[in-house]
Write a protein that binds this ligand. Structure first.
Ligand code: SRM
Ligand code: SF4
Length: 572
């Protein structure tokens, strides 16, 4: 089946989604953002600008905990901005860490959020602090350009400390692809850094054109055997192929994605299709060609159907590959063998092939702040003040204190202990393999709690798992506050997605290394039912699991859910 609603070039703007017109008329992302910033009457941006500011890296939000009370008091919502950095491969220096920490304390809500795509978010920035915050980020030699919006976003890369040389080469590729696909519009620099205003003319964006992409676009590089970036969930997934410690090239997957829309069965998560192999020096050119095919053929009428996964699903991966090869003028080679064995992080110290050390630290749901009894943010600041290597944010919302010389490991250990960062009570096997998206109070799309609820639910599941004799099993549990899938819940062995206050859909059977989608098991249920069902299953798993059998495989073998082999089967 072909997607007749694609090809914006053949459609008048009026026939397309309203966002297409907004982009086309924005003068390459300028819109009325400067007028919005200058308006002192409201904490909000002008109509239309919140769509454009995503391309600049921030979302307009309001504090949903305060929404009803402010409405009662006839006040406008408590508007605030969430700023997301573009951080290819999740790498930053200790100096940059300290600057981001300063900005979060000065202009944000005092904390930081590590995301499921290896970057930082600052929440709670008021409109009149936006410019100072954006400038501060740029002064730290970081930026937020294209961290959100209908463009390619932060490019992910595996954080595999054992393979330092391959990892460094892959990191370089991730950065090159990220830089190449960044928007070229000068709007960002004019608005936030006061660069000279220029007439954008008609072709400020040679790759994207004036309407950019139909929808967001995501790319990730995985280094086997670690599938920490969930390579099958990316619009383009690159799987590094190495031989004798040297990068040979990449297998290429296209058309992955997680997002679903509530009550829209035509939307579904999908795993990417493997279309071939390319050499390292071909990756940038290939990524651009894939992006341009999606630019021209993606659906620009229905945003629920506009991700590249639907273009690939509707037209077929073979058609897509042929169109990419036609544009490139060369063909991909046959894909090479590879093997993943997990998609979680491995905690503690690990030594790289160059002899340097890396500590992977569990950060529950990526939230960093100082609680009354737990000084996580101050502890990390203290480490940043002495650390000489770099930090790496992981795709599982954790943090690696990376490239520590042998002589400095004791100092890092001491600081982690002093600040309580290694408290075993906060780090059971289940907890360390869990992720939750942000949801309330900042996410405007949340239907149920996620980050604020999962920790207590995990404590209850842990008690059951202990009594079933499987408390030490690293079962992958992920929760989101709505079906959009920001914590990639449809790849979890146990996945939850919020439907309403206190209610979740329960999914089971994802593959332990992110290779298989899970399947809906229960619809719209509360905690009692969740614990009752999981309790029965975990005891069954304790009694009958085979040696080394992951929970996600067991629930399929035991008949709780069927195996899903294609995205469209997911909803059945
Ligand atoms: Fe997401 C929208 C948070 C990773 C799929 N996501 C949002 C927004 C911006 C809500 C909004 O549009 O108003 C959330 C802001 C919440 C807040 O207050 O911070 C939000 N998404 C996040 C983060 C912070 C979750 C986290 O806890 O870490 C992640 C930021 C990643 C980053 O650094 O760029 C995040 N979002 C993801 C992922 C995971 C991934 O990319 O690996 C997905 C699923 C993968 C995919 O894209 O298919 C994801 N987010 C969505 C969607 C559904 C997209 C779709 O195809 O339907 C939306 C809604 C939308 O785009 O309309 C969304
Ligand atoms: Fe918000 Fe839904 Fe994403 Fe969670 S999954 S952050 S609730 S959009």
């Amino acid at each position: 089946m072909t997607n007749d609603r694609s090809r914006d070039i053949t459609q008048p703007l009026e026939a397309l989604h309203a966002n297409e017109r907004l982009k086309a008329e924005s003068r390459f992302l300028r819109g009325t953002i400067e007028e919005s910033l200058a308006d002192p009457i409201t904490g909000a941006l002008r109509d239309g600008d919140p769509q454009l500011t995503k391309f600049h890296g921030f979302y307009q939000q309001d504090d949903r905990d305060l929404r009803d009370e402010r409405r009662r008091q006839k006040l406008e919502p408590a508007y605030q901005m969430m700023i997301r950095l573009r951080l290819p491969g999740g790498v930053c220096t200790p100096g940059q860490w300290l600057q981001i920490d300063d900005l979060a304390r000065r202009y944000g809500d005092g904390g930081l959020r590590l995301t499921t795509r290896q970057t930082f978010q600052l929440h709670g920035v008021l409109k009149h602090h936006l410019k100072a915050t954006m400038r501060g980020i740029n002064q730290a030699l970081l930026d937020t350009l294209a961290a959100c919006g209908d463009v390619n976003r932060t490019v992910m890369a595996s954080v595999n400390p054992h393979e330092s040389a391959v990892h460094a080469a892959v990191q370089e590729q991730a950065k090159a692809v990220s830089d190449h696909l960044a928007p070229r519009s000068r709007a960002y620099y004019e608005i936030w850094l006061d660069d000279e205003r220029v007439d954008p003319g008609s072709n400020e964006e040679p790759i994207y054109g004036p309407t950019y992409l139909p929808r967001k676009f995501k790319i990730g590089f995985a280094v086997p055997p670690v599938n920490d970036i969930d390579v099958y969930s990316q619009d383009i997934g690159f799987v590094a192929i190495a031989e004798d410690g040297e990068l040979q090239g990449f297998n290429v997957l296209i058309g992955g994605g997680m997002g679903r829309t509530d009550n829209e069965p035509a939307t579904f998560p999908r795993l990417g299709d493997l279309i071939g192999f390319c050499a390292p020096e071909q990756a940038v050119e290939l990524a651009e060609a894939i992006v341009t095919v999606q630019r021209d053929y993606g659906d620009r009428i229905d945003r629920n159907h506009a991700r590249m996964k639907y273009t690939v699903e509707d037209r077929g991966a073979d058609w897509f590959r042929a169109e990419v090869e036609r544009r490139l003028g060369w063909s991909l080679e046959a894909a090479r063998p590879y093997r993943f064995d997990h998609n979680g992080d491995r905690y503690g110290w690990a030594q790289g092939s160059d002899g340097r050390w890396h500590y992977t630290l569990f950060i529950e749901n990526g939230r960093i702040r100082d609680w009354d009894d737990y000084g996580l943010m101050s502890g990390l600041r203290a480490i940043a003040e002495v650390h000489e290597g770099e930090f790496r944010l992981t795709p599982n919302q954790n943090l690696i204190i990376a490239n520590v010389p042998e002589a400095q490991t004791a100092a890092v250990d001491r600081l982690m202990h002093e600040h309580g960062l290694l408290d075993p009570a906060r780090q059971s096997a289940l907890r360390r393999n869990s992720m939750a998206c942000v949801a309330f109070p900042t996410c405007g799309l949340a239907m149920a709690e996620s980050e604020r609820y999962l920790p207590s639910l995990i404590s209850r599941i842990e008690a059951i798992a202990e009594s079933a004799g499987v408390g030490d099993q690293p079962i992958v549990i992920r929760m989101t506050g709505c079906p959009n899938g920001c914590a990639r819940p449809y790849l979890a062995e146990i996945g939850f997605s919020g439907r309403g206050p206190g209610k979740y859909d329960l999914y089971l059977g994802g593959g332990f290394h992110g290779q298989r989608l899970n399947k809906p098991y229960l619809d719209n249920v509360g905690e009692d039912r969740i614990l009752e069902e999981l309790g029965g299953m975990l005891h069954h798993y304790g009694r009958e699991r085979q040696d080394g059998e992951p929970f996600g495989d067991f629930v399929i073998r035991a008949g709780y859910v069927p195996e899903v082999t294609a995205g469209r089967e997911f909803n059945l």
